[in-house]
Design a protein around this ligand. Structure first.
Ligand SMILES: [Zn+2]
Length: 479
């Protein structure tokens, strides 16, 4: 989710207060509830989006910015949307091109090590990591448990390990995004901070909870003009192993990371319009991001989100329904390691004078849809009652009001005043697989995908059909 950088939005979400509101006031601007019900039912009968997702993940697979995978995915998604009758445009975006190289680490010394024995560790480079020399580097390890603790330790000439656990209790109770924002701090700013204090390399504990000895990648941030240092995520088990050994005495580690920063590459946002019957220039955006990390096949992050959003257009096309305003699907490029797609879309739309009446983004996995989070004015909440009522038969009745940014790619649209929305999804297991090699199609339940389509389709139709658009929302930028 989230640029500025993807993680910053997560931090925003963490900071924002959430208030549940059940609206009771009368609705201004009626949308026929029977039609909303038809949209819901048609979405729940969808047989288009899942095969599209299967084609994206099984035939193409990983789609990191600059990769051939992303390039062909752009064409595939454009073709799919043309196939349902939408008007498709490819919007050029220059994206960063970072590629993973060799990644290897061994514990070469610690108290009680049997002579001549080394232990291999499971790790992956973080996106935007710098490289070690080709034959690696060997240095003592300093273990800390928070970014703040770095300030209290001498890390000069050492490899830093930041071992901050992910709070699965939060995720189990519906706060997966908050758990990610908290534990993610070590990945977001740990390497930048350790580098400024003279460390040679930074290892972080993977941000996620499942105990499968799986490392989770993700982008890390550097300050402007800061030389990227070698930075990698260890499997949680290996972070704990080093922590235990370091408690007994000095630990030395050999690390090889050889990623490369290549020149920027050409990519595209896929923009597909379902043109409105009365006010085609007023637009409701519904989207997700098409790029993914390079380890898995980007099924839950964010193939499911992008195909659920595409499914909104396919559902309306199947019903032959054109609401008053246009609904515009956007498959954003480069969310994961740059956020350039979201920025480029907003800039081009501003130049073209597009009026965004709302923006919906789906980027929290593929869990069952439970409802909607809405960054709208308090008064606008009452208007959304019609949407919640229509979603009642599928149990997606949660309606949460947010004060801030609800999606990385729609952030610029929200800052310009468009009400922002995201489906609320069951995120209990999202961070088991997030940014790992295990982000694959089998993690997506087709019925859950249908529920995501249904929530977004009913919401998008309502926002595009209601006679008066929802009031502009003022979103704070906590940057
Ligand atoms: Zn994502």
């Amino acid at each position: 989710m989230v640029l500025r950088l993807p993680w910053q939005g997560m931090r925003l979400l963490l900071l924002l207060g959430v208030a549940a509101v059940v609206a009771a006031a009368p609705v201004s601007g009626v949308v026929d509830p029977l039609v909303l019900g038809q949209v819901r039912d048609a979405a729940m009968q969808d047989v288009w989006a899942y095969p599209q997702l299967a084609a994206l993940t099984d035939r193409i697979g990983p789609r990191l910015s600059g990769s051939v995978g992303l390039e062909v995915a752009v064409q595939q998604v454009a073709e799919a949307l043309r196939g349902v009758g939408a008007t498709v445009t490819l919007q050029p975006v220059k994206v960063p091109h970072w590629v993973r190289g060799v990644e290897r680490a061994e514990l070469v010394d610690y108290v009680g090590r049997p002579k001549s024995l080394t232990q291999s560790l499971h790790l992956v480079a973080l996106g935007d990591s710098g490289a070690t020399p080709a034959d690696g580097l060997t240095a003592p390890v300093v273990v800390v448990h928070s970014v703040e603790e770095l300030a209290t330790r001498d890390v000069q000439g050492r490899i830093v390990l930041i071992n901050m656990p992910f709070d699965q209790r939060l995720a189990d109770n519906g706060y997966a995004g908050d758990a990610y924002g908290q534990a993610g701090e070590e990945r977001f700013v740990g390497p930048m901070t350790a580098s400024k204090r003279g460390a040679l390399a930074t290892l972080v504990r993977s941000v996620g909870d499942a105990q499968f000895r799986l490392p989770h990648t993700g982008v890390t941030a550097w300050e402007k003009d800061q030389q990227p240092m070698p930075a990698a995520a260890l499997a949680a088990e290996d972070a704990d192993l080093i922590d235990r050994l370091a408690a007994a005495g000095p630990v030395r580690l050999h690390l090889v990371l050889t990623p490369q920063h290549l020149p920027d590459a050409e990519s595209y946002n896929v923009v597909a319009d379902w043109v409105g019957r009365e006010r085609p220039d007023e637009v409701v955006v519904v989207g997700g991001h098409l790029d993914s990390w390079d380890l898995g096949t980007g099924a839950i992050d964010d193939g499911a989100g992008v195909m659920a959003a595409a499914g909104v257009i396919e559902t309306l096309a199947r019903l032959g329904l054109h609401p008053r305003r246009s609904i515009r699907f956007v498959a954003f490029t480069n969310e994961e390691n740059g956020g350039r797609g979201g920025k480029a879309y907003a800039e081009a739309a501003a130049k073209a004078g597009v009026q965004h009446v709302a923006a919906i983004e789906c980027d929290m996995g593929a869990g069952r849809a439970l409802g909607i989070q809405a960054a709208v004015t308090p008064a606008a909440m009452a208007r959304l009652k019609a949407v919640v009522t229509a979603l009642q038969p599928i149990g997606a009745t949660v309606l949460l009001r947010r004060e801030g940014v609800v999606g990385a790619d729609i952030r610029p649209l929200q800052l310009a005043g468009a009400p922002g929305f995201a489906p609320v999804l069951d995120g209990r297991h999202y961070f088991d697989y997030h940014h790992t090699a295990a982000d694959t199609l089998d993690k997506v339940n087709p019925e859950n995908l249908r529920s995501e389509i249904a929530v977004m389709a009913v919401l998008a139709y309502f926002l595009a059909e209601t006679p008066d658009p929802l009031p502009r929302a003022r979103v704070q930028d906590e940057e």
